[in-house]
Structure formats: C-alpha cells, structure tokens
Design a protein around this ligand. Structure first.
Ligand code: B12
Ligand code: SF4
Ligand code: SF4
Length: 354
C-alpha cells in the first residue's frame, strides 16, 4: 500500500467510526506556535491554570512529548447545535450551559472513538508493509498538546480570531482529538479558509477578553471564570456573565462560518432535555449528592457543587427576578464562603430599585 493509500484508508475508517473531520500532519509544530505560547504565559493570560505553564517543551513540540512520534492524526467531532445558543440569555430565570457541556463528557465520547481508530491505525499500518508494528498514543484536551495549531496544520481548519479552530464544514463547533503515531504518513492537502476582515467574535465578547485578534486573556473569559476559577468571581465580571452558569459560546455562536455547519450527529453531544434551559431556582437547591446525580457522566461534575452553585448565585443576582430573592437568601448562609458571598451579592442586586 502506498503511504497516500494508507492515509486514505485511515481517513475512511475515522469517518466510518463517526468522526466528522480528519487530517494528518507531521509530528512537529513551528517556532511560531511555541513563541505565541510563551507570550501568552508571559502576559499571565493563563491565570490560575498553572498546568499550562508546565511541560511547555512538550506542549510546543510533539517529539519532546514522544520522541518516536512521526505523524499526528487530528480528528474533530461536530457538536453544532440546532439553534443559536444565545437564545437562553433572554430567559433570565434559567441558566445557560455552554453547548459542549449539555450532555455527556466529550472527553469520554472522543477517547472511546479514538481508541478504536488507534487500533485500526496499528492494524492498517501492519498490513501496509511498513517494517515493525506501528505505535500510537491518543490525546484529548488534557495532555500537553497544542491541539488547535496541530489541527490547523492537519488542514482541519484555521485558528480564528477567537483563537479556536474554525472549519469550513463545521464552523466553530468542532471538538478536537489527536493520535500521535510512529507511522510516517503524508500531510493532508491544504484547504482554503480564513477570517478575512470579519471581527464578529471580538465584538461579541461580553467581558472584552480579546486584547487583540487571535489573543485571548483567559482571566477575563467567562469560560475560565465559571469553570476553571475557584475563588470569588471578580465583581467587574459579574454583570456581564448574565445567566451563563457553565462556560460561554458567544464568540463561537456569531461566527459566520457556522452557516455551513449542519446539526451535529452525535446524540451524546446533543442537549439533554433537562440541561437545555434548567431553572435557576432548582439548581440553587442542589446539595452534593443531588449535584453528583444530576451531572453524572457530564463534564460539569468536575467543578463540584460549590463552584457550580456559586455560578448559579451570580445568575440569580442578574435575573432581575425578585421571586428568587429567598433562594439567594438561603444560599447566603451556605458553609462555603465563596458561594455565600456570591449569594449575598445576588441578594443585594435583587433588592436594588429597578
Ligand atoms: C486552556 C484552554 C482553555 C482556556 C484558555 C483558552 C485559550 N484560547 O487558550 C479557557 C478555559 C478560557 C478555554 C475556554 C474555551 N475552550 Co478551551 N482549551 C484549553 C486547552 C486545554 C489549551 C489551549 C491552549 O493551549 N491555550 C494556550 C494558548 C497559547 O493557545 P492558543 O489559544 O492556541 O493561542 C494561540 C493564539 O494566541 C495564536 N496566535 C497568537 N497570535 C496570533 C496571530 C495569528 C495571525 C494567528 C493565526 C494565531 C495567533 O497562537 C497561539 C498558539 O497557536 C485546549 C485543549 C488543548 N490541549 O489544546 C482546549 C480547547 C482549546 N478548548 C476548547 C473549547 C471548546 C473551549 C470553549 C469553547 C468552551 C466553552 N464553550 O466554554 C471556550 C472558548 C473560549 C475561547 N475563545 O478560546 C476546544 C476548542 C476546539 C476548537 N474548535 O478549537 C479545545 C481544543 C479542547 C478540545 N479538545 O476540543 N479553554
Ligand atoms: S467564550 Fe465568551 S467570554 Fe470567553 S472569549 Fe468567547 S465570548 Fe468572550
Ligand atoms: S467570527 Fe469572524 S473573525 Fe471570528 S473566528 Fe469567525 S470568521 Fe474569524
């Protein structure tokens, strides 16, 4: 089998397994990506995500992570929603959960599929006539891997001004995963696509988290503030957060390339009915056991009840719905001091004259 034919067989297998995007690049990142990572860290834009500043040699170079790696297979799963997720912002007694987190944890979904694809890569590699048994390692999100620049090199799309990968076929709604392999596979053919003069995502950000196009100050991003940040949410961001209780999609949702995306076909990544527009009053009543039961198998489980209900308290403060004042009042006596303070802030917001 020629190397091109081998790559195409792997691509066909990936698509048959349910992946929506596939590409191959060499196990190498340019100096530019490393320099940009260094700039991001030097500016402190990673905030409390100290793990981003560790193992930067491996993050910036696939071969520093695994010296035997020769190629990177990059794949994407579409989670394109059926409607504009920002609609929930009009329903202020409800909480807005970002699109990727409304059902099963994509890490689990993607990892299972990647393992099947990796087995197929080994099998196809062995039958293709290359010497020895090919080796593979699979990654999704949490490893020291710069997934966006690698996916861009593998021609899945390009990094948009909101910094995420934009695909011609799936807009801004692709989740990424990779297989590093010892197989030498040919690079995927280049595909056109670019942001051009568009700046819609930069203008759409409620917290001004983009100091410049292609640069994100994560410490201002609602995704960081509601998911990664453990302490009190700085007061300047509380109003702009609105009713977003886990992550944010505004910069993704405005992208004009989403026009070409058809609804994601993975049932496990489509919104669960009870998480599409959950009532803030009900979420505020969750104790630890209730939280774990509601979010079993969901990525939200990772942040724990206290941080999640802290976010719910901020959303209650922004609801303008005085019937929620007793709910906030109860939470202001919570044993978790960060949650109690957020709830006290919410009470103060709701008692203000309108
Ligand atoms: C840390 C992290 C976050 C942080 C920081 C985000 C960030 N942009 O860095 C926070 C918590 C804020 C976050 C939020 C989200 N994340 Co996130 N996150 C990551 C993670 C773990 C690492 C990203 C990273 O390396 N950041 C460091 C900086 C340096 O990297 P960078 O953004 O690529 O920076 C580049 C640009 O600044 C660029 N650059 C600078 N100047 C210029 C100039 C030009 C001309 C160009 C072209 C580029 C350029 O160069 C840098 C290096 O390439 C990745 C998974 C992974 N292992 O890669 C997921 C990942 C990026 N996240 C993902 C998602 C889905 C999200 C959210 C949409 C979730 C949500 N709905 O709330 C938001 C989107 C917010 C946003 N606009 O980025 C997906 C994105 C998929 C995609 N299509 O790109 C990833 C890839 C996870 C996955 N496996 O699918 N995330
Ligand atoms: S996810 Fe939301 S807060 Fe973060 S950069 Fe995008 S629009 Fe801004
Ligand atoms: S909204 Fe516009 S600028 Fe932002 S990523 Fe999409 S095309 Fe690029």
């Amino acid at each position: 089998m020629t190397p091109d034919a081998l790559r195409d067989r792997i691509r066909d297998t990936a698509l048959a397994l349910g992946f929506d995007a596939f590409g191959v690049t060499q196990a190498r990142l340019g100096q530019e990506a490393r320099a940009r990572l260094a700039d991001f860290l030097a500016a402190g834009h990673h905030g409390e995500m100290g793990w981003l500043a560790q193992r930067t040699d491996q993050r910036g170079d696939p071969r520093a992570l695994w010296p035997d790696a020769r190629s990177v297979i990059a794949v994407g799963l579409s989670y394109a929603p059926g409607e504009d997720p920002r609609h929930i912002q009009q329903r202020r007694d409800r909480g807005g959960i970002s699109v990727y987190a409304r059902n099963r944890d994509y890490h689990d979904v993607m990892k299972g599929m990647l393992k099947h694809l990796a087995q197929a890569v080994v099998k196809l590699g062995k039958t293709s006539g290359v010497a020895g048994t090919p080796e593979v390692k699979v990654f999704v999100d949490t490893a020291p891997v710069m997934e966006k620049p690698l996916a861009a090199l593998a021609q899945l799309g390009w990094q948009g001004k909101h910094t995420n990968l934009v695909s011609r076929d799936h807009g801004s709604w692709l989740l990424l995963g990779e297989i590093y392999t010892t197989l030498a596979l040919p690079q995927s053919d280049p595909r056109a696509g670019a942001c051009g003069s568009c700046t819609a995502c930069l203008a759409a950000c409620p917290t001004d988290a983009f100091p410049a196009p292609y640069r994100l100050d994560a410490t201002r991003c609602i995704s960081y503030l509601t998911i990664e940040h453990a302490g009190p949410i700085p007061v300047e961001f509380r109003k702009p957060i609105g009713n977003r209780i886990y992550g944010c999609d505004d910069c993704l949702a405005v992208c004009p390339w989403n026009r070409f995306a058809s609804l994601g076909r993975h049932a496990k990544l489509q919104a669960r009915a009870d998480l599409a527009a959950p009532a803030l009053a009900e979420l505020a009543g969750l104790d630890d056991a209730g939280f774990r039961a509601l979010f079993s198998g969901s990525p939200i489980k990772r942040i724990g009840r206290d941080r999640f209900v802290r976010n719910v308290a901020i959303a209650i403060g922004n609801s303008g719905d005085r019937s929620l004042a007793p709910v906030a009042g109860r939470l202001s006596g919570d044993p978790d001091p960060v949650l109690a303070e957020a709830a006290a802030w919410a009470c103060a917001q709701l008692s203000r004259p309108v």
